[in-house]
Design a protein around this ligand. Structure first.
Ligand code: DGY
Length: 318
């Protein structure tokens, strides 16, 4: 009998075909998250699940899925998964590293440039009919070229953000759990303690995973350490930042601006307080959102799922 798997979202066709060739597959064929009760019911008879970062994989779900062998999460991050609960039951977790590194690093740069050069504010101003003339002090921002870039969390994505900084003649700094001699050698980036990085950087980019150590890492104290001209960017996970503290800090103008791809509770609505601030550029968690990268993520997750349920080894075990 073919292994039974459940996929929690509509996937690109090649990824779906890959799974269907080896498994008895059911899909929540929508662009919205699968309702919890549907997921719990589907998990009951599943050998494998292909999940999204918006699906909570916890003890309750695992209790409902006695035959489960693998959770193939279609993301590099896996803070939606209770890893301890999985390990206790011997269920394998896989993720999708590497394939989204460049795309997510590009997103960090999109936000850096947009926030520093007031792109969204300028667009809104034109839309509102508020563009009067060219003038020396009109909508001036801050230079990216030649500035100091500080990356917090220098794994694959953080490293790629730093490498791009070389093309902009930036001074490169990073903070990480551990130093990376390889990264330092490749990029010339200098390791700094977090507080020193915050005080020195013109651009602070967060690319760290969400863990017990990084949850709430950026609060009022950290924002107060930044330069009044600094731009703060988060492409990692929303809960790393205390959003209420960021709101107050941006209102007070320190940091000078921010670009966020992620939020404490996603999705956010039009009434989110941060959206009322002119010095905030927001994106709806688009870090990996290109056609080609999403296809690679889906096929990577699909390959991991199939490998485990057919008795093989996972390609990207967490
Ligand atoms: C990930 O893979 O963790 C990203 O957040 C998805 O865009």
């Amino acid at each position: 009998m073919a292994p039974r798997v459940y996929i929690t979202r509509r996937l690109p066709q090649p990824a779906l075909e890959l799974v269907a060739a080896a498994c008895d597959v059911a899909v929540w064929d929508q662009d919205e998250p699968v309702p919890r009760d549907v997921l719990l019911a589907a998990a009951r008879s599943a050998d494998g699940l292909l999940t999204m970062l918006s699906d909570r994989i916890d003890g309750e779900l695992l209790d409902a899925a006695p035959g489960l062998k693998v959770v193939a999460n279609m993301a590099v991050g896996y803070d939606n998964v209770d890893l301890a609960e999985l390990r206790r039951r011997g269920v394998i977790l896989t993720n999708t590293p590497d394939v989204l590194t460049a795309t997510t690093a590009d997103m960090a740069w999109t936000l850096m440039l947009a926030a520093a050069r007031r792109l969204v504010e300028g667009h809104k101003l034109i839309e509102a009919g508020g563009w009067q003339s060219w003038s020396p002090g009109f909508m001036t921002g801050h230079d990216v070229s030649g500035a100091t870039l500080g990356v917090v969390g220098a794994g694959r994505i953080g490293g790629a953000v730093l490498r791009r900084g070389r093309g902009f003649d930036m001074a490169l700094r990073y903070h990480n759990r551990s130093r990376s001699p390889e990264l330092e050698q490749q990029t010339g980036a200098q390791f700094l303690p977090l507080d020193a990085l915050l005080a020195e950087a013109d651009f602070v980019v967060v690319a760290a995973p969400l863990t017990a150590q990084t949850r709430g890492l950026f609060g009022a104290r950290e924002f107060a350490l930044m330069k009044p001209t600094a731009v703060f960017v988060n492409v990692a996970r929303g809960p790393i930042v205390q959003e209420a503290a960021l709101y107050q800090a941006l209102r007070a103008g320190r940091p000078w601006a921010a670009g966020l791809d992620v939020f404490e509770r996603e999705p956010i609505g039009a009434d989110h307080p941060l959206l009322g601030l002119p010095n905030l550029v927001a994106a709806p968690h688009l870090g990996s959102a290109t056609v080609s990268t999403r296809l690679k993520m889906a096929t990577t997750a699909a390959r991991n799922l199939v490998a485990v349920v057919t008795g093989g080894a996972p390609l990207n075990p967490v």
